[in-house]
Design a protein around this ligand. Structure first.
Ligand code: FES
Length: 88
């Protein structure tokens, strides 16, 4: 569920282990696009496509759970992994 935040607010997340400050009102998928991150799944490069929950091209691991990045808002301390198979 998205909650309005103060304009210009940011949160700190980790993308593939690297710390990153991102706009607080962003979805995980939009952050990955902003950061030019490629999602790897089944040995192929993917990128969010529809941004509305239809195509599943945005599947990533978020805090250890595989989810559609376009349907999840970023949150402080979130761990995002784009590497495909979850290393655990
Ligand atoms: S970008 Fe299509 S389901 Fe998320």
């Amino acid at each position: 569920m998205w909650k309005p935040t103060q304009a210009g607010a940011t949160v700190s997340v980790h993308i593939d282990g690297a710390p990153c400050r991102v706009p607080a009102d962003s979805s995980v998928a939009s952050v990955l696009l902003q950061q030019r991150k490629v999602i790897w799944r089944e040995g192929r490069a993917r990128t969010p496509l529809c941004l509305m929950g239809v195509c599943y091209e945005c599947l990533v691991w978020i805090d250890g759970k595989q989810q559609q990045g376009c349907q999840v808002p970023v949150a402080e301390g979130m761990e995002i992994e784009t590497g495909g198979e979850h290393a655990g």
